[in-house]
Ligand binder design. Structure first.
Ligand SMILES: NC(=O)c1ccc[n+]([C@@H]2O[C@H](COP(=O)([O-])OP(=O)(O)OC[C@H]3O[C@@H](n4cnc5c(N)ncnc54)[C@H](OP(=O)(O)O)[C@@H]3O)[C@@H](O)[C@H]2O)c1
Length: 329
């Protein structure tokens, strides 16, 4: 069986994307083959497409860390042909051919059965970004109540950040989002954020260990300076989650003082190896009480042929909200 896929080729040190014909026989090992109907675009996909060896070691490669579709063939009796399933994380799209191809073959231990109240499209509207966001919010709300004060979301216009804004607003929290420019402001306000801060203005030149106590909680998706600013301006007993490094892997100007003098907490979020039990619990929440009317707002659905342009937009920080890939066959 032949199918279409985006492949990234390494040619003389450059990484060239092409849409090519592949065969199910070319796919890596695994006990379940899935016909992919939807995938989505995450920052990691953009890195894989541009040849980032921290994400993908060997090329040619098919990116796509999220995939949703139906079981095409299965050597595991738990998964029946035609069953609706999806995958986020593990090695999919990193060093295992991913959802930017019309078929994938994966180990059955990676697969989540679609919850009843969620469509395959909705699962990919969430995708890794929504799931990571849900894990972050799940942790934060176990420590911080809405009446404790405002929650700051960094990278708020992005995939993880925009979902976090939606979840927090639905749960009754007051949200302030950091965005890259004025153009992204309205998008964030439309999601229910109370206010936005332009990222270039979210700076402190004093390098003081602690800043004015402002935020009860922080959902950080970018790391670097914004995370440093956010932790140093947490209120006494506040908490921050962090999941990304778009703004850098370091946390500049940080020391122990916010932790030992204000009792603040910093929680790391990993969606890739998240244990299956927690994965299923959080996906069930996403399918149910956190699923708002606004799930489809700000979503762009594109075909395989349009995907590479969206990857460039993501790399150039021009993208607003989530991009969903719909395979045409
Ligand atoms: N730990 C995990 O399991 C996990 C899972 C998924 C994603 N992640 C990570 O989470 C991060 C966000 O992922 P995503 O899918 O939401 O990406 P995304 O859609 O590209 O969003 C990231 C946002 O960060 C902002 N940004 C870009 N460059 C920045 C910079 N230099 N400084 C500060 N902000 C910047 C952009 O918004 P503005 O231009 O409006 O500021 C952008 O919308 C990535 O680092 C990703 O690798 C981690």
């Amino acid at each position: 069986m032949d199918f279409k896929a985006i492949r990234i080729f390494e040619e003389e040190g450059k990484f060239i994307p092409k849409i090519v014909k592949r065969n199910i026989g070319d796919l890596p090992e695994g006990d379940v083959v899935i016909k992919v109907i939807y995938s989505s675009l995450n920052y990691k996909d953009a890195l894989s497409c541009s040849g980032n060896k921290g994400v993908t070691r060997n090329f040619p490669h098919t990116p796509g860390i999220d995939a949703a579709g139906t079981v095409y063939s299965s050597e595991n009796s738990d998964f029946k042909v035609g069953e609706e399933v999806f995958i986020t994380g593990y090695d999919l799209g990193m060093n295992t051919d991913g959802g930017f191809g019309e078929y994938i073959r994966v180990p059955s231990s990676w697969i989540i059965k679609k919850p009843k109240n969620l469509s395959l499209k909705e699962a990919m509207i969430y995708g890794t970004a929504g799931f990571t966001s849900a894990l972050s919010v799940y942790e934060l709300i176990s420590m911080i109540e809405p009446e404790d004060g405002p929650i700051l979301v960094t990278g708020a216009s992005g995939g993880v950040g925009s979902h976090a804004v939606k979840f927090l607003v639905k749960l009754g929290y007051e949200v302030v989002g950091v965005v890259g420019n004025e153009e992204k402001k309205d998008f964030l306000l439309s999601l229910g954020a109370r206010e936005t801060i332009i990222r270039n203005e979210f700076k402190d030149l004093s390098n003081r260990a602690m800043l004015k106590q402002t935020w009860a909680g922080v959902i950080d998706t970018v790391g670097g300076d914004p995370l440093s600013m956010a932790i140093r301006s947490l209120k006494y007993g506040g908490a921050a989650t962090t999941c990304g490094n778009v703004a850098g892997g370091e946390i500049p100007h940080m020391n122990v003082y916010p932790f030992i003098l204000r009792g603040v907490r910093l929680i790391g979020i990993d969606s890739v190896q998240c244990p299956k039990e927690k994965r299923e619990e959080v996906w069930n929440i996403l399918a149910d009480s956190w699923k708002g009317d606004q799930l489809e707002d700000g979503i762009q659905e594109v075909l395989l042929e349009e995907m590479l342009e969206k990857v460039q937009d993501m790399l150039n920080s021009k993208l607003i909200g989530r991009v969903i890939l719909k395979h045409s066959s």
